[in-house]
Design a protein around this ligand. Structure first.
Ligand code: FE2
Ligand code: FE2
Length: 204
């Protein structure tokens, strides 16, 4: 991916990102960008936007919780108790702010995809789904369900999203962690509005 119509080119973005993240997180970001392009290509979705959102999705990952809350509140994002106690969720909305301010991204579709990549939300765009799923199935991920999830993602984007949410929700519950309302809304939205795409085993 070498073209960018954005204000910084990819090399500048990568250099900056490499300085902001651990090497492990930086390499994950490169893999998510590549996986996002592969999914986008498969479904005829904008590959440039997929690459950019994938590359920058975790750009705020190394910012500590107090600083994250400060920056978010200064930028007019009011946080719920659920968000304040789940520090792992803050880097997504914060990432959209950092991508805009530090990486000069002014594409709202890209910023939205970064912003909802941990929780999902109701009525996600195709790009939102691509980034959410690329983050879950990039080649560095290793968990029992990965092969079936990967298969679902490349079979049908909505069914892949449903399977991705299924995995994430079970993971959150297994950890007895806080389940963000946006994740529940993402699940319900897709279950209600995209039923024809879903591979649901019916039980009476
Ligand atoms: Fe993330
Ligand atoms: Fe990630």
């Amino acid at each position: 991916m070498d073209f960018t119509g954005y204000k910084m080119n990819y090399d500048e973005m990568k250099n900056k990102l490499e300085q902001m993240l651990s090497i492990k997180r930086y390499l994950h970001s490169l893999r998510v960008a590549d996986e996002a392009v592969a999914i986008a290509k498969h479904y005829g979705i904008d590959e440039q936007k997929a690459y950019l959102a994938g590359l920058l999705h975790d750009c705020a990952k190394n910012i500590n919780t107090m600083q994250s809350i400060n920056i978010l509140e200064k930028n007019g994002v009011s946080l719920t108790e659920c968000e304040k106690m789940s520090s792992g969720l803050l880097h997504a909305p914060l990432g959209a702010i950092i991508a805009a301010k530090e990486f000069l991204v002014d594409d709202s579709e890209v910023l939205n995809a970064i912003s909802c990549h941990t929780t999902g939300k109701a009525n996600m765009s195709e790009l939102d789904k691509v980034i959410y799923l690329a983050d879950l199935i990039e080649p560095g991920r290793n968990y029992v369900e990965i092969d079936s999830l990967r298969e679902a993602v490349y079979d049908n984007l909505n069914n892949g999203m449903f399977a991705g949410l299924d995995y994430s929700i079970k993971y959150v519950l297994l950890k007895k962690s806080v389940l963000h309302p946006n994740t529940v809304e993402a699940w319900n939205y897709i279950r209600i509005n995209n039923e024809e795409d879903l591979n649901i085993e019916r039980r009476c």
